[in-house]
Write a protein that binds this ligand. Structure first.
Ligand code: ADP
Ligand code: MG
Length: 678
């Protein structure tokens, strides 16, 4: 008897080579086939006879082969096989492209079910044949919905189908993964039935019902895993911090905190003094003042005799954090250090030593902070900035650098539903209030013919002391060379067009020290324009920058554009954002209009999600979206909230999932599985 844990090689006809091909699809054992769901179905339930088959439709016909199939080679890559079939009503011509071997299986005089598209040649009906199956003498033709699976080279639909059938016949294939009360409450099919019907449905309705059940199971399992992760990370002994009044820290700031900043700091302090680990997402639009909140958390940490570590995604940003935090905290006698790749070897050694000895109490840096040769004396707070790119698993790995609190800061406003998925293991604080005096950035979609005018405006701004970022057209990533060329050429032509402008350049080919040089010059007002690729995307703070111009804006996501726009409007002066686009594209203009209308990152994020779907929303999978098998984030988001509530409710009653062993195993797998938690 076959078992779900058997290798795919136990299937008839599957050897080394096919096993490798199946492995590419994630199919290693028979059990893997159970949840390898069809991406769609082909309706083969509609039967006609040779005379009534409607032209243009894809239908089934039960008929007998009446002429020997003959194959002809039309071109090197094109063969066509023709033959004639008949039934009780008449005859029809069959046309089969590029499958001479398949055609050889057809025997004159035998009956088959033919499936394909009916076409009219002159007055004759023929069928563009897609598939056929023998119809044994005396049996009735039976229609079905044919499951269509995602395939790869060397794997046919039939192979997957026989794998699925073998798996469904194994003992344990029907074991329930959901608690009975959830099935009942949400009107879900038992698992065995759902699996049979999702693979081999009798009707589209049946398929949909089965799919809904499997989506629910997937999201329920995912939610359980997140909840488990949340409690696991949070649990364990961590000494509660002694409380310090937030006011004590606020007095160090050159400004009064906003209400939102106060609330976030209060939540963070409460967590850190609770004896549980802080695991929180601080979400706030660009410019909402997340840095001060991070500094408040660092302050409490240092006051409790522990180190705080602030990690930024880029050198530029790490340096900026270092400057800001030093300015806020050093007056209170707190020593800060910077650790990143662009330091000299001696500086780096010194910073590492200070981190290890505890001489540095707040350490800012890039990813180099979590390298293995960096040791902290007693770090108890890790702040990760701008890391919507970080997955759940990477966050978990961060914790290994020290036993401590985690604060994740994101400037990418994410629709609430997606927050649940990506940050489901974290609590959330939102900075939904801009610091006072902030003006909205005036935003314009600029077609090509108005580019000259825009350059003129940039020159005038420069004369008034306002600086400009220009984001170059996006180009393919080839290690930075085309990027360098594009930026250089753009800067050259800008210098020719506007000789008075002092133009600097920023791109991926610059060494860290060069980047720093350019950024410093821009921040010091020695450059009027910084031509750049999207490296400046993340949180650089230059208050006198008043113009952000983005070339080829139609290629960016709205949220990304919003993020870029946040680089300006940080000072007193009115700021502007110009979105250059291909003026012929009405769709582009319409999309960009959403940005011109709204200055709320959350509104824009919702619009972006609606317009492009969640896949595009984050660009690609490394952005922390889990990979689901049944669920489609574009359409099944509503079910996520339901499944999540059900999971939370269930975990309260059965925290170890003892009552449903299959669920417990699936959750444990998810916790190990990079696909699901990313
Ligand atoms: P972000 O949330 O994008 O990281 P920052 O922390 O860099 O924002 O803050 C953006 C700017 O706003 C900084 O120049 C900072 O000094 C200023 N700022 C932050 N909070 C306030 C406040 N409550 N009042 C006035 N200015 C503030
Ligand atoms: Mg920031």
């Amino acid at each position: 008897m076959a078992a779900l844990s058997d290798s795919v090689r136990t299937l008839a006809g599957v050897g080394e080579k096919r096993a490798q091909a199946l492995e590419k699809l994630g199919l290693r054992t028979l059990g893997d086939f159970l949840t390898y769901f069809p991406r769609d179905y082909e309706d083969r339930t509609v039967f006609y006879d040779t005379v009534s088959a409607p032209v243009g439709e894809r239908v089934c016909i039960a008929a007998t082969v009446g002429s020997e199939p003959t194959a002809a080679r039309l071109r090197a890559s094109l063969t066509v096989t023709r033959f004639r079939v008949f039934d009780g009503r008449g005859v029809m011509d069959m046309v089969l492209f590029n499958r001479p071997y398949a055609a050889k299986q057809l025997k004159k005089g035998e009956q088959y079910v033919f499936f394909g598209k009916v076409e009219l040649y002159g007055s004759r009906r023929s069928m563009l044949l897609q598939a056929f199956e023998p119809l044994p003498e005396g049996s009735e033709p039976e229609g079905r919905l044919l499951p269509l699976y995602p395939l790869t080279q060397g794997v046919t639909r039939g192979m997957v189908e026989s794998g699925v059938r073998a798996a469904l016949a194994c003992p344990g294939a029907e074991e329930e993964h959901l608690p009975p009360e959830a099935l009942c409450r949400h009107g879900l099919l038992p698992r065995g039935q759902a699996l049979r019907e999702i693979h081999f449905p009798a009707s589209m309705d049946e398929a949909l019902r089965a799919r809904r059940r499997m989506i629910f199971e997937e999201l329920f399992t995912f939610s359980c895993a997140l909840e488990k992760l949340k409690t696991r990370e949070r649990r364990g002994s961590i000494a509660p911090f002694a409380r310090v009044e937030p006011e004590e820290f606020f007095r160090l700031l050159p400004f009064a905190p906003t209400g939102a900043q106060r609330r976030a700091v209060e939540q963070i302090y409460a967590d850190m003094c609770s004896g549980f680990r802080l695991r929180r997402l601080l979400q706030g639009d660009v410019g909402s003042g997340k840095t001060a909140v991070a500094a408040a958390a660092a302050y409490l940490t240092v006051k409790n005799g522990r180190q705080a570590v602030i990690m930024a995604p880029t050198e530029v940003l790490a340096r900026q954090h270092y400057r800001t935090l030093s300015a806020m905290l050093e007056p209170a006698g707190i020593s800060c250090a910077l650790l990143c790749a662009s330091l000299t070897a001696a500086q780096r050694r010194e910073a590492r030593a200070a981190a290890e000895s505890g001489a540095a109490q707040v350490i800012c840096g890039t990813h180099s902070l979590i390298q293995s040769d960096v040791v902290f004396k007693n770090a108890a707070l890790f702040v990760v900035d701008e890391q919507h790119r970080f997955g759940v698993r990477q966050r978990a790995a961060l914790g290994e650098k020290g036993d401590g609190h985690l604060l994740v800061m994101s400037a990418t406003p994410i629709p609430r539903t997606l927050t649940l998925i990506i940050y489901g293991d974290l609590d959330v604080s939102v900075l939904d209030e801009a610091p006072p005096g902030r003006r909205t950035v005036k935003t314009f979609a600029v077609p090509e013919e108005k580019r000259r005018g825009m350059f003129g405006f940039i020159e005038e701004e420069a004369a008034r002391g306002g600086q400009t970022y220009i984001i170059c057209p996006m180009i393919e990533d080839d290690g930075g060379e085309t990027e360098r060329r594009a930026v250089t050429e753009y800067a050259e032509s800008l210098r020719r067009a506007c000789p008075r402008l002092r133009v600097g350049m920023m791109h991926g080919r610059l060494r860290p020290a060069e980047k720093k040089g350019v950024m410093d010059a821009f921040a010091a007002g020695e450059l009027d324009v910084l031509v750049s690729t999207t490296v400046v995307e993340v949180g650089v703070d230059v208050p006198q920058a008043t113009v952000m111009a983005v070339e080829d804006a139609q290629f960016f996501g709205l949220s990304q554009l919003h993020q870029l726009r946040g680089r300006v409007g940080r000072g007193e002066r009115q700021s502007y954002c110009f979105l250059l686009y291909d003026g012929r594209s009405g769709a582009a203009r319409e999309r960009l209009a959403a940005l011109c209308r709204s200055s709320s990152g959350f509104e824009i994020a919702e619009a972006d999600l609606a317009l492009r779907g969640p896949g595009d929303f984050f660009g690609s999978r490394q952005h922390g979206l889990p990979q689901f098998r049944a669920a489609d984030l574009a359409t099944d988001i509503a079910l996520l909230s339901t499944a999540r509530e059900a999971a939370q409710e269930y975990l309260e009653r059965d925290p170890e999932l003892d009552a449903v062993p299959a669920l417990r195993a699936a959750v444990e797998n998810a916790l190990k599985d990079a696909e699901m938690l990313n």
